[in-house]
Design a protein around this ligand. Sequence first.
Ligand code: NAP
Length: 300
Amino acid sequence: MSATIIDGKAFAATVREKVAGHVARLKDAHGITPGLAVVLVGEDPASQVYVRNKGKQTLEVGMQSFEHKLPEDTSEADLLALVEKLNADPAVHGILVQLPLPPHMNSDLVINAIDPAKDVDGFHISNVGLLGTGQKSMVPCTPLGCLMMLRDQLGSLSGLNAVVVGRSNIVGKPMAQLLLGDSCTVTIAHSRTKDLPEVCRRADILVAAVGRPEMIPGDWVKPGATVIDVGINRIDAPEKGEGKTRLVGDVAFASAAEVAGAITPVPGGVGPMTIACLLANTVTACCRANGLPEPEGLTA
Ligand code: NAP
């Protein structure tokens, strides 16, 4: 293996440390405690784990955590009423409605009911527009985490060829906007892209956000490229015993690590950065709400 392994777990710990420092300063100097409200509707097991982890890490950095768990059959009107209440609550600086919502709810309607200034997931249409036009916005957490790791690894990204595989609203598109904002030459690839291997081989920065286990092999990677693997895929692992599984990314790690200059592993790469960036966004939202300078190094 020749690539540097980008340790997302360690990087996320440094982001959380910075956040905790800002939280302490906000409390000491201004008597303000940043607060994050997380709303979960229903019993989806994966969502329950995410929400639990978010609440735990929110408290660990010294912020207030407000958890709202609503039953699966909650009406859309009741959820919208809760969002309105949180919008009006001065102790709440960030609001996250855990997706997916139950099928009887219109996710777009609910997300766009959140005050954009408190939209720490960065999914509100106003924030999408602000990011797309290069203005100050709340930036989606996973791509923000990828950007932080890329800047840390490479310094300036200016002029580099970046290929983002995947065009989802939560990862691929905002990732491409952020890379463009840092003056990369950006290509967004997707399921209809012709000759994807060739497109990937042009990338100085290759971001994979597809959701297909180990789809990108080492021979699609340009020698020396920086590879960010956003994919989280659970596959069977009979070598670990019957019925066992393991997590892999969208990149075939072993072969890609032979060629790349640097690469994120799965698990332990992008994943841990997502909640760390959620906490960072909450501090940013709190500073903006109070007319205070934004924390350095925690925003795009
Ligand atoms: P998504 O909404 O399903 O989007 C997948 C994208 O991949 C689509 O744009 C799709 O293209 C493209 N695609 C599918 N098959 C392809 C192929 N054969 N060749 C090229 N492109 C292909 O997924 P997502 O929400 O962005 O998530 C992507 C992955 O990241 C998943 O594994 C997810 O679990 C993971 N994820 C991780 C984090 C984290 O915290 N680390 C956060 C979010 C997501 P079309 O648009 O043409 O269909």
